[in-house]
Write a protein that binds this ligand. Structure first.
Ligand code: NAD
Length: 503
């Protein structure tokens, strides 16, 4: 694309069709080239109003649509996603930068949530207590909330929205998605395919923009619930602000995920797994491993040597070439931030074993590329350990025993994911039982729960009570209503009782 005039401007998806946005636009970059590839119209109050009205009008009929019919639409949606996988992945790679295979992985994990949502008839069955009292039956059912909203980050432009809207919609809600302004094309494609699958207009809407439209969403009392995924400072603000209008909120935040390598671990397996977990997607994953805590000096020496040679061999280049292990970072700002962290690590005394700075990729000189970096001798108080860096930097820490490793992890402000590499079942069990982290792997570096479980961290990685997708999402996207019912036999009167009814 040579001139600004030829660049497409993306709008919104409201009431089953594409809508223009407001006058203000943002640039969308291809991180592999550093060039503007599209522009994005930012929604303001009129666009959000249109989406809320559409979602509100669609709600009555959708909530009353039998779950089995909703499942049929979801099933067709799954088939369309599979048929259009290449187009969606290309859109992800063009705006996010990740390698096409990695984009495919995220989309498949999103499709798995749609598959789980296809079981909504079973999942919404409710709970029944026959003979809760004399001639009394009691049951709970789970009713849709109304309009719910989702606000999502840049790093999984298809999967994270799909953690939210398939389950919310399966439960009978209508949905307004505000995707990341940096890579919104995937969400617009998903919306179009959902309509094609037979979803009634207004049930799923996409409004694009930045924090300004998020604030309008948070303050609107017609929106009943908000699912947020993004960085911790924003997650905390979202949680507080949305609660002011008494919304139900789940706000998933940032992370610093530690892997522990025990002296008895299969080091080859551990290093293989850690390479993907630390450097895949350029470290821009909330479950990325960014710290390896080695138990014992010998373990650390061997792990650092093995990791260092592998980090130097990483193939880095545009995500369109599936031979590459890593694409670019998302933005020029991110590149500057990661470079600054490497500088800071050195200033604070960590030992830089592999320095990824200054990488130039031939033919993509203006892309936001950086090599993988590896630090050794990292300590707890260093910023490279305390902060979420969100880039391809792996920090090695050295401790004497498992308890020391666990204390470091438990003291950290984040508690998203962690893992242990060991052959000792008792150590693994002790670790899983006592670690203060929401998702734990044993010889699994990226313990991202499957669609039939739920995803959520502890501590400042999740604000709210319920995790995302899986069984927790049924509870999050519905309100329990409990009925107590008695059909007394003819003439069977109990008379008045003033004592509190008990069974
Ligand atoms: P971000 O917090 O900058 O943005 C997330 C969303 O919030 C975007 O849609 C953005 O437009 C909006 N936003 C940004 N600032 C806002 C503000 N001040 N007020 C209201 N809305 C605002 O996150 P990001 O950079 O897009 O994504 C990376 C972050 O997301 C990392 O911290 C990563 O760990 C986290 N993340 C967490 C999970 C998880 O499951 N816990 C999953 C993926 C990503």
């Amino acid at each position: 694309m040579s001139s600004i005039e030829t660049i497409e401007t993306l709008g919104h998806y409201i009431n089953g069709r594409v809508k223009d946005g407001s006058v203000e636009t943002l640039d969308i970059y291809n991180p592999a080239t550093g060039k503007v590839v599209k522009r994005l119209a930012c929604a303001a109050q009129p666009q959000l109003e249109e989406a809320i009205v559409a979602a509100s009008l669609a709600f009555g009929a959708w909530r009353n649509t039998p779950p089995s019919r909703r499942a049929q639409v979801l099933f067709r949606f799954k088939q369309l996603l599979e048929a259009n996988i290449d187009e969606i992945c290309q859109a992800i790679t063009a705006e996010h930068g990740k390698v096409l295979d990695d984009a495919r992985g995220e989309l498949i994990r999103g499709i798995e949530v749609v598959e789980y949502a296809c079981g909504i008839s079973e999942l919404l069955k409710g709970e029944h207590s026959k003979n809760a009292g004399p001639d009394i039956d009691s049951w709970s059912e789970f009713q849709a909330l109304g309009i719910v909203a989702g606000i999502t980050p840049f790093n999984f432009p298809a999967m994270v929205p799909m953690w939210m809207f398939p389950m919310a919609i399966a439960c009978g809600n209508t949905f307004i998605l505000k995707p990341s302004e940096r890579d919104p094309s995937a969400s617009l494609l998903l919306a179009k395919l959902f309509t094609e699958a037979g979803l009634p207009d207004g049930v799923f809407n996409v409004v694009n923009g930045d924090r300004r439209v998020v604030e309008l969403i948070l303050d609107d009392p017609r929106i009943q619930a908000v699912s947020f995924v993004g960085s911790t400072p924003v997650a905390e603000t979202i949680y507080q602000r949305a609660s002011k209008t008494y919304k139900r909120v789940q706000a998933l935040g940032g992370a610093k995920n530690h892997a522990v390598i025990m002296p008895d671990a299969d080091l080859d397996n551990a290093v293989n797994a850690l390479m993907g977990a630390a450097y895949g997607s350029c470290g821009e994953r909330c479950m990325a491993i960014s710290v390896v805590v080695c138990v014992g000096e010998r373990t650390a020496d061997k792990a650092v040597a093995a990791l260092a040679s592998r980090v130097k061999e990483l193939k880095i280049g545009p995500g369109t070439d599936i031979e590459n292990d890593m694409g670019p970072l998302i933005s020029a700002d991110a590149l500057e931030r990661i470079n600054a962290y490497i500088e800071q690590g050195l200033d604070q005394g960590a030992e830089l074993i592999v320095d990824g700075r200054g990488l130039k990729v031939e033919g993509s000189e203006d892309g936001y590329f950086i090599g993988g970096s590896l630090f050794d001798e990292v300590s707890e108080t260093m910023r490279i350990h305390s902060d979420e860096i969100f880039g391809p930097i792996l920090c090695v820490m050295r401790v004497e025993n498992l308890d020391q490793a666990m204390s470091i992890i438990n003291r950290h402000e984040y508690g998203n994911g962690t893992c242990i590499f060991t052959r000792d079942g008792a150590a693994a069990r002790y670790f899983s039982d006592h670690i203060q982290v929401g998702m734990v792997g044993v010889n699994v570096a990226l313990p991202v729960p499957v669609a039939s479980q739920s995803f959520g961290g502890w501590k400042r990685s999740l604000f709210g009570d319920l995790s995302i997708y899986g069984p927790d999402s049924i509870r999050f996207y519905t309100r329990r209503k409990t009925m107590t019912q008695k059909w007394p036999a003819q003439g069977d009167s109990e008379g008045t009782r003033f004592s509190f009814p008990a069974s």
